[in-house]
Design a protein around this ligand. Structure first.
Ligand code: UGA
Length: 432
């Protein structure tokens, strides 16, 4: 099928590359001409395992194209996915300027029937606005449909998530739109959830909000574990084996971050308010998330006594492993909080250092975990990268000025570290 993707960011590029891999002819558009020129040369602007390979292969096989012209993209495709950003406004509401601009451009460039599909995460009723906008600006009586097809991929495992989803959600309001999207997704042998547009839009926000709720729930439980000497890992395992609860997204830590959960939760609270419903539950989820990081800072303070003048080695900055994304990364906030208290920060992340340099001041960026630990008063684990799971702690103990580890991701066995002579503090587990 002939597909256009408007917006070549995270979701747009992964969607475009994967649809082309499945044999469709895909054109990815973006108004950032530099990005498009780079993509034409095989330069992928984001770090995502496997993405570059997929883009290069499909571009070479003439199934994947890039353009800085929306007109060209609209002209050459029947299904147009909108995958532009919906960043938060100051009040938490999603900024839909990008979506409106794209809808307008599609309207003025559309010469025959087109199916316009929302792929970006958008507030419920955005589909109606897209429809109104196109109807308003369209030049003649050209027919079109609008649909919603939210994406559930995670950074770091985006390609696998796209190719092997748990379900595909399609919100449609005409048979033609339904048939086109069913045909497009025919290669996927997974449940197809076909709803109206508003339900599809809500499924996305409700799913992200629910996952964030699970995380804040287990983080809240970790607070109790800390107080009474229980082990949050054991509690989570015991809960997760109940099929009604499930084991995933019950990992206690320093709180969720990234470009989706914090933003989508705020947007969902805002949408609810607009409908007249006060979504108190989600407000608490966000509050617990912020407080989790403050409690982590307190753990560091309680161990070091005075933070001012101390050197803290931090391993990991990305909001989770296998990505260089530091948007809303809890570790970024922690670095700033520690700096405000007068700490000197040494930092290493396998992928995020280039991005970190642009936003952090007075941080000593290191080339690996060991040089980060040299002469530090405390080692803090912020992101659970695989390479941090098997560190040589005998070496680390010699490098640190003081054998103190605060582990924000519960990566290590407390007993093993205790035997090695460390003071080891983690989240919701026995302090040794
Ligand atoms: C999230 C959703 O998982 C995707 O389904 C969705 O498509 C995406 O948002 C989106 O809306 O685009 P993502 O933000 O890439 O994906 O990352 P997740 O793997 O969900 O992790 C989010 C945050 O939660 C990370 O900071 C992670 O460290 C934290 N987390 C996750 C925990 O603290 N504990 C857990 O048990 C799981």
């Amino acid at each position: 099928m002939k597909i256009a993707i408007i917006g070549s960011g995270y979701v747009g590029l992964v969607t475009g590359a994967c649809f082309s891999e499945l044999g469709n002819k895909v054109i990815c558009a973006d108004n950032d001409a530099r990005k498009i020129n780079g993509l034409k040369k095989g330069l992928v602007p984001i770090y995502e395992p496997g993405l570059e390979e997929l883009i290069v292969r499909n571009a070479r096989n003439k199934r994947l194209f890039f353009t800085a012209s929306i007109k060209e993209a609209v002209k050459s495709s029947e299904i147009i996915f909108i995958a532009v950003g919906t960043p938060p406004l100051e009040n938490g509401e999603a900024d839909l300027t990008g979506i409106e601009n794209v809808a307008h451009s599609i309207a003025v460039n559309m010469k025959g029937y087109r199916l316009i599909v929302e792929k970006s995460t958008v507030p419920v009723e955005t589909g109606d606005w897209v429809k109104h906008t196109i109807t308003h600006y369209i030049k003649d009586k050209t027919k079109f449909d609008v649909a919603s097809n939210p994406e559930f991929l995670r950074e770091g495992s985006a390609i696998d998530d796209f190719m092997h989803p748990d379900r595909i959600v399609i919100g449609v309001e005409s048979k033609k739109a339904r048939d086109l999207l069913t045909e497009l997704y025919r290669p996927f042998k997974v449940p197809l959830v076909i709803t109206n547009i508003k339900s599809a839009e809500l499924i996305k926000h409700a799913s992200n909000a629910f996952l964030a709720t699970k995380i804040s729930f287990i983080n809240a439980v970790s607070q109790i574990c800390d107080k009474v000497g229980a082990d949050v890992e054991e509690v989570a395992r015991g809960m997760g084996l109940d099929k009604r609860i499930g084991p995933s997204f019950l990992k206690a830590g320093i709180g969720y971050g990234g470009s989706c959960f914090p933003k989508d939760l705020d947007a969902f609270v805002h949408i609810s308010e607009k409908t007249g419903y006060d979504f108190k539950l989600l407000k608490s989820v966000a509050k617990v998330n912020i407080e989790q990081l403050s409690s982590v800072l307190k753990k560091i303070k309680d161990s070091l006594w005075i933070i001012k003048g101390k050197t803290i080695a931090i391993l990991g900055l990305a909001f989770k492993p296998n990505t260089d994304d530091i948007r809303n990364a809890p570790a970024l906030r922690l670095v700033r909080m520690l700096q405000e208290e007068g700490a000197r920060i040494k930092l290493y992340d396998p992928q995020a250092i280039n991005k970190a340099r642009k936003v952090l001041d007075k941080v000593i960026f290191c080339a690996d975990a060991y040089s980060t630990c040299r002469s530090a008063d405390c080692l803090f684990i912020a992101t659970e990268w695989d390479e941090f799971k098997e560190l040589d702690f005998v070496k680390i103990k010699k490098l640190l000025r003081r054998p103190l580890i605060v582990d924000g991701r519960n990566l290590y066995d407390p007993e093993v570290l205790r035997k090695l002579g460390f003071s080891y503090i983690s989240i919701g587990r026995k302090k040794v």
